[in-house]
Design a protein. Structure first.
Length: 130
């Protein structure tokens, strides 16, 4: 909001006043925004915690709000989402090339490297069992 107001040549003193009024009215709530943003990106875009964190930091959200928004997402849930994402993309991880593609996809989506490896291994094992 500060950046937008500054771009529109609003004086600094007025920016602070507007921000204070908006916070007081409940129109600006970084904690709520961070929670909703993280939930949407997890469920709709398949993002992992690293990408969500970087996106929120880029939007100027405070670290404590980011940590709170990511705290309810445990490793098991992240692994499940990563496996579903690979399945949705049709990646069975049977060949070395497909495993590399799958790993790259998960890392770009913001999943920690070790978790991405585990998801690729599990998908590969499922393909071998089928």
């Amino acid at each position: 909001m500060r950046a937008w107001l500054a771009e529109h040549e609003v004086a600094e003193a007025e920016v602070e006043e507007v921000i204070a009024l908006l916070v007081e009215a409940g129109a600006i709530d970084d904690a709520s925004f961070a929670r909703r943003y993280a939930e949407d990106k997890r469920n709709l875009a398949g993002w992992g915690p690293d990408r969500i964190s970087k996106a929120l930091q880029g939007r100027g959200v405070a670290r404590e709000h980011i940590d709170a928004a990511l705290s309810g997402d445990d490793e098991a849930a992240q692994l499940d989402r990563a496996i579903i994402l690979l399945g949705d993309r049709g990646l069975t991880c049977e060949s070395e090339r497909e495993r590399e593609r799958a790993l790259g996809l998960l890392v770009r989506r913001g999943y920690p490297l070790e978790l991405a490896y585990e998801a690729v291994r599990k998908v590969g094992r499922l393909a071998d069992a089928a």
